[in-house]
Design a protein around this ligand. Sequence first.
Ligand SMILES: [Zn+2]
Ligand SMILES: [Zn+2]
Ligand SMILES: [Zn+2]
Length: 503
Amino acid sequence: MLCLILMVMSVNWTTVFSSASEVPSVICESRECVPGDTVTVDVNLINNPGIMYLEITPVYSSELGAPTVRNGSVISDLTMGKQYIWTADNDINANGTLVTLTFTVDESVAPGDYSVGFIFRSAYNYNEASVSFTVIPAIVSVKEKPVPVTGLELDKKAARVETGDETLTLIPIFYPDAATDKNLRWSSSDDSVAAVSGGVVRLLKKGVVTITAETEDGGYTASCIVTISCSHRMGTDYPSEASTCTKHGHAAYTVCGECGEVIDGSDAELPLAEHTGGEAACNKRAVCAACGAEYGDIDSKNHKNIEFRGEKPATAAEAGNINYYFCKDCGKCFSEENCTEEISKESTLIDKLAPEIIEGVGLKVGEGSAAELSFKSNAAFDDFIRVELNGKTLDENSYTVHEGSIVVKLNSEYVASLLAGEYTLGIISVSGTASAVFTVTPNKLSIIGDVNGDGRMDTKDIVRLMKKISGQDVTVTDADINGDGRVDAKDIVRLMKMIAAAD
Ligand SMILES: [Zn+2]
Ligand SMILES: [Zn+2]
Ligand SMILES: [Zn+2]
């Protein structure tokens, strides 16, 4: 009882299963082939418990023909006859290839399964104990000999489809039709346009793609060029837009949402509109009210900045002008406010007046006196041309010219060289000649300060001079005692000093 329990407890399920696989076996390896092949069947020994003698009889389908036999590596000594007999001097424990059978399968062998195996006869070990081997035969499966692919076509070489068609199916044509391996690799030249799987082409968008099939057997290829046009199923409408002066407008049109093509109307740019608004003037073009650009031509008749210039009389130094209107923008002159009658700038001018000597008229100088004589013309300094004396041009060394208006000073040396007499000095300027007469008086033995001409210089001369200056009608001689060109109170003072000095 106890023994039974112990036995039960000692049963190990792993051992139970593994003991089944630990059965000493001769295992023949199955193979597949086609007629004409050479098939090698390895015969392996496993779970060898140790043997020095083994005898088995080969059994195989006659269709396979007689094999060639090569001894394996486990037991070196093989004797072959009707039986295969391995012998050794001691127990051989090795597992491995016992023997190899090589069959040449004739072309005429019909496809089917053929067996290769052995009948176990006997085996024993060094102790002459019998050992039993299980033989597991092999199946040599002779398959149909494959028919190779020799060519491939597709049912279409080119196809025209629309995106709305969604799919296109291409059917492969194998040569020969009986070819064994009809597996294909499909590809698209552009998967974004069309993708292919198993000959079914999915149309993704407008474009042209080449769909290619390639046989796995032999690498034969066939292609179909698929042209996909857009079916224009979805349109977006754009209403017409008028041009402005800065932006091109367009007519109404519709764009396909799928391919972006204009499918109705036209999106062609219309010409820009003319600029508008603003006002052209005599010196500038109009400015567009919409875009601020200048455009068009100037308007030579539109004067916006008119100034009235009133009549101004001429002087000797400056020209005058008549009443006129002046455009400050274009510089033109007009005779009236509406600026329809343009007149020349010259025609508005009034010539300068003829000049006159305004200082230095009637000068007198004693003959031989080294006195500078100064004459002033009221002409403009810039208008000065030359000086004449008695109608003849005076040498420039004889005088100097000064600004304001024109002041001509005869040099004292030159004046001293002049003989007694009357001289006419002319200051020639652009607007004419200003003339003055001066006198070089002869030297006489007259007594200086003898105002009343009685041959003496005394207080009576003071009385005569006072009468003259107070405006009484009396005659005086050389009354300009101090020589300042005027007869006045200063001459009385000078005369009184002279008389006092003479006493
Ligand atoms: Zn479209
Ligand atoms: Zn504009
Ligand atoms: Zn103007």
